[in-house]
Write a protein that binds this ligand. Sequence first.
Ligand code: CU
Length: 110
Amino acid sequence: MSIKSLINIGIIVYFAFTTVTVFAETVVIEIKDSQYGNGEPVTVNVGTTVKWLNVEKRQYHSVWFEAEGFPEAEYIFPEETWERTFDKPGTYPYRCEPHEDMIGTIIVVE
Ligand SMILES: [Cu+2]
């Protein structure tokens, strides 16, 4: 194989991984002390997967997109995660099903 084709393969591989990196971003939000992250809305790019990680000692929570009409969310127990990929721009409020005043917002931008 010539050096030129090796370089071409290298460029193709580089762009393949670059594309994957751009479109497969993952953001982790830790749930602790009955709060999502620092309590502020989180802004992500379209295509981002948001992963909620429960770092409580004992308390379970959930991530429920009630306003979108989703059925009740499954519980996330300590050390477990739950994730959702956001493919459309918009504002996505959510709450914890068992704890009514535990709320969060994901803002998805292009
Ligand atoms: Cu909760």
